[in-house]
Design a protein around this ligand. Sequence first.
Ligand code: GZL
Length: 306
Amino acid sequence: TALTACGSDSGSDSEGSITLGFSQVGAESGWRTANTKSIQDSAKKAGIELKFSDAQQKQENQIAAIRSFIKQKVDVIGFSPVVVTGWDAVLKEAKAADIPVVLTDRAVDSDPSLYVTFLGSDFVEEGRKAGQWLVDQYKDGADPVNIVQLEGTVGSAPAIDRKKGFEEVIGANPNLKVIASQSGDFTRAKGKEVMQALLKAHKDIDVLFAHNDDMGLGAMQAVEEAGLKPGEDIKIVTIDAVKDGMQALADGRFNFIVECSPLLGDQLMDVAKKIDAGEDVDKRIVTVETVFDQAAAKEALPTRQY
Ligand code: GZL
């Protein structure tokens, strides 16, 4: 902590408390909103002073926020990197300032010595789970199954890895064909816009795989406006399992959701405390998550936290 051994020299009364600077991607989806709430609630619960910045999905804003946290001499820096590249310089500045960095939610392709740990989901596994559901659904079919894929933010770890895991698994069944794949930037608006274009270009779409619920919900509107039944004429598989997605699943307008838990707050605060106390922290902390079909969504909805 920035305080002297014999009590606060900065006049703050938060003797021994930790200051965490956190740079968040933005507020692009229901998942992100739930993730932000989890971080803010957990900081309060842990008695950690949180300096929070929302980057509106712009990398330059995240880099500026991290530089500001370095100037303010926070004890720990946390961030969810909007894309995987372009972080080396600012991470080296944090290291030179002797401020430990924790990655949450998304990964970077920088040298792992530049951050203490990466706390978040295994996105390749999430893509595999989505693909496996389709392989199981169509294992006895002989007809070609035409799939369109709505990818997340270009260059982001979840978009790269979910695509990788999904396409790896559906390769098991040559009938399963991705006939179009385009980014909807993880938002409902873009998901709807891209799906409208895909519906015009392809009259034979059987399945939509969207990298998050929000793009799936936007696309679902486009499917309905095209006079088709989502969940029946076009099956919809997504990732996240936020409330609105789970409602669509329970209502039969989605068919399968792979959960991606946004509730990383408690684990982040636990890591910040361990780092501040000079304790060891695992290099990789994978979040625990499950999958939902329509029946499971009906069951889970009443007690969903987000
Ligand atoms: C995944 C997270 C993704 C969510 C999207 O951990 O980075 O970003 O799946 C969110 O909903 O926008």
